[in-house]
Design a protein. Sequence first.
Length: 475
Amino acid sequence: MQAKRVTICSAVALLFICFANGAASQQVKQSLFQDATAAFEAAKSTQAEILAPRSYAKAVKRYRSAEQKFERGRSLGTIRDDLLAATDYFKQASRASRLAQSKMATLIKTRGDAQSVQASKHARDSWRRAEEKFSKAMIDLERGSTKAVEKNAKSAEKYYRNAELMAIKTNYLSQTRVLLAKADKLKVKKYAPKTLQKAHNLLQEADKALSDNRYDTDVPRSLAQQAKYEAKHALYLAKTIRDAQTKKLSMEDLILDWEIPISQITAATDKAAALDNGWAGPTKEIIGYIEDQQSNSQQLNQNVNDLRGEVKQLKRMLGSASEERMALSRRLEAQARIRQRFHRVERMFTRDEANVLRRTNNIIIRLIGLNFESGHSSIGTNSFQLLTKVQEAIKTFPRSKLRIEGHTDSHGSDSANLLLSKQRAHAVKQYLRASMRIDPAKIVAVGYGETRPVANNETKTGRAKNRRIDIVITP
């Protein structure tokens, strides 16, 4: 019996030692791999796997090698060699990825468009060829082979366009026709004629848009998606109405039933839905709540980024000579002043006029209320009041550099959108220079066309957000 107890105690002790060793080993690994892992995550965040495949592959190979050596108990020196090499390659990959995002923005967007309609599933051959050319173009860009980049990029864009076109026809047009045939069979026209007719009209428009211009698929893709949605919507409405008639539900029953989700959503905002005057009031409250939460989230992210930057500076500079500590103190004071001025600028604009953001030390004034006529770049008199506020905001940061960025939604050709965004940015630049004293060397106007969306181009609201002017202030 005594021997049995000793055996059990020994086993428990052995398990404890293994657990302790395992925990210590994990701590050692975490400390050893810290810099390489951070570089790994940074590279992934820039999509380096696809935008810088050459450097990224080398980095991953050395990182995995370090992991294997650590598991096998190899010397720390060889593990560190792999990790240092991996870190360097990951950093190279991040730089190459950011370069690709700048130089190949149109191609990257074209790839994204094809992805959004599931081209890899519905046009596999064209998608495969496009991916091969895309990968070669990215590798060529890493190597600095300019001519090869252009050649492969053009081929990739062509294959992506073909793949997207085929996917739209298969995934949306063909499936919409199947849904409409099903609707005819189920006599949906009797119950939801307006929605069904809308689906038919959208299908015809999408088909025509694809035939008219196969190289600008943003509009036909959106129309095709809407057509499919409305066909499914019509089927749903018909079933709901048919069921209501079968159950002999009154109009009051239906309205009360539809009020339930409004009440539930409003309750989630910690309020009660007042539906005695319809849905308009609660709907407005819900939208306001969501916008407030989005604003709070942006502010929280900005605060977190500020803190990260300050922590990095502290790690780099604290403990050094007194002159450096004084420089750090002055820099932190300057950042505090920037934050105060940022909040002052933020309060200048209403939610309908502008959204004020921070990106590191840059202040971005996203002019939601600055509207241009479709296809034009002239500033209307109704925008003068808003631009006067912009001037006051700029004066809050004297001697700053200004960059006026023009952006469009995805409807229209890439080249036309790029030109229009440049013209609108230039119009705002000229207006500001004519209205206030600005050193010409400290203000630039650039256009990005449709390559930098901030919202979903598939919705009317999203496209409105993407048609914008951003004023970037660098204190």
